[in-house]
Ligand binder design. Structure first.
Ligand code: SAH
Length: 369
């Protein structure tokens, strides 16, 4: 057990951990050594850090800890997808998903306990919102997943997790500072060494924060578009009332400006009879004209009392065909892990709701952004 006075080193990106060691009267490079032990080797016991003196190890054991969220349960889908329910110290639980593919392994990370945005087709929204995750709870998901997967694979040092998507529970851009610090650790060569291309942040479209992200940590950007006109998007993604489509598209343009080969991924959930007909695809082609974008069609994943149905395969294929004919790169996202409710929009965890749901999207957190 740790005491409240112990510093959790999982909270610290490289500059912070170096400063912490300097504060202990040590050289900054001790911080780098410990950082590597934590993130590259997955250690939590200071006594296993063999290049650190015995005295410093015992001082660290007293004053610091390396504490990640606890695994409450693990489920493995028929298709090999893992879902972990992680318990946080305050009683909330969040979910993290690992999706293995032939050429890569993607970890889907949560950024908040619950979500404030109330998108009508998303299971997380039904849980309400409790709070932002701390840095150690965000990077802790990668730390824990790595430990489990390496243990299973009897790993020889190969990277199992090659990509991270900030697409779990919550709106990452409403927890900007903690999410960007955790993404620093993911990208640090002494941490997980993932390039900015391999870290993707998905947002419902918090425009000022998209601009700030470009300045701070310009990872790959995905935007939850889901509707080709404001009237429909207001209903599906209520944040649209604050940040409508035209302004959002302009923000996407700014995000990739000056980098001719970069594109923003537009996520579009396929909802039967709601946003999937020919008129919708024509409108979508129009709003995407001149935007460096590619489209990711997501077949809707159902959950209890969702009130929506997945579009038929023909509708999805026709939609994709029309976009491709208009010159827009479009892929249909493979549904993974839906037998264990691990697919997009199915993550729920167990949240102690503190919001008044009907007012969720106008609450302070959004207004302050
Ligand atoms: N709040 C962020 C992160 C969530 S990412 C965002 O909105 O982008 C998860 C992606 O899955 C988003 O594009 C989200 O809109 C989509 N999604 C939500 N519910 C879904 C469902 N039931 N079926 C398919 N996709 C869904």
């Amino acid at each position: 057990m740790s005491t409240p006075l112990q510093q959790n080193l999982l909270n610290m990106n490289l500059p912070v951990i170096q400063a912490y060691f300097e504060g202990l009267g040590e050289k900054a490079f001790r911080g780098r050594q410990v950082f590597k032990w934590i993130h590259q080797q997955g250690l939590y016991d200071f006594n296993e850090m063999t290049d650190i003196s015995k005295e410093l190890r015992s001082q660290l054991t007293q004053q610091a800890c390396i504490r990640a969220p606890e695994i409450a349960s693990q489920e493995i889908s028929d298709d090999g997808t893992f879902k972990w329910l992680l318990r946080l110290a305050d009683g909330n639980s969040i979910e993290t998903v690992f999706i293995p593919e032939n050429d890569r392994g993607t970890l889907c990370i949560s950024s908040q306990a619950g979500c404030i945005l109330n998108c009508t087709f998303c299971a997380t929204a039904r849980q309400g919102f409790n709070r932002n995750l701390e840095v150690h709870e965000i990077i802790g998901q990668l730390y824990v997943a790595n430990r489990v997967l390496r243990g299973l694979a009897n790993n020889n040092g190969d990277r199992i997790i090659t990509n991270v998507v900030m697409m779990g529970m919550g709106e990452p851009l409403l927890n900007f500072d903690n999410v960007t610090q955790a993404m620093d650790i993911m990208q640090d060569d002494l941490g997980y060494g993932l390039s900015k291309r391999r870290v993707t942040l998905s947002t419902s479209g918090v425009i000022p924060m998209i601009d700030k992200l470009k300045e701070t940590n310009p990872v790959s950007l995905a935007v939850s578009l889901h509707a080709p006109n404001d009237k429909l998007r207001d209903q599906l993604v209520p944040l649209n009332k604050k940040y409508p489509i035209k302004e959002l598209m302009d923000a996407c343009k700014r995000y990739v400006a000056g980098e001719p080969r970069r594109r923003v991924t537009m996520e579009y959930v396929m909802l039967k009879g709601i946003n999937d007909n020919e008129k919708h695809v024509r409108q979508l082609i129009k709003i995407l004209s001149g935007i460096p974008a590619k489209v990711n069609l997501i077949p809707f994943n159902s959950f209890d009392n969702s009130g929506f149905e997945r579009s038929g395969m023909d509708a999805i294929n026709n939609f994709r065909e029309s976009l491709m004919q208009a010159g827009i790169i479009t892929v249909t996202r493979k549904t993974r892990g839906d037998d264990i409710n691990a697919a997009c929009g199915q993550l729920a965890g167990s949240i102690v709701d503190r919001t008044r749901r009907s007012k969720a999207y106008t609450t302070e957190a959004v207004n302050q952004s």
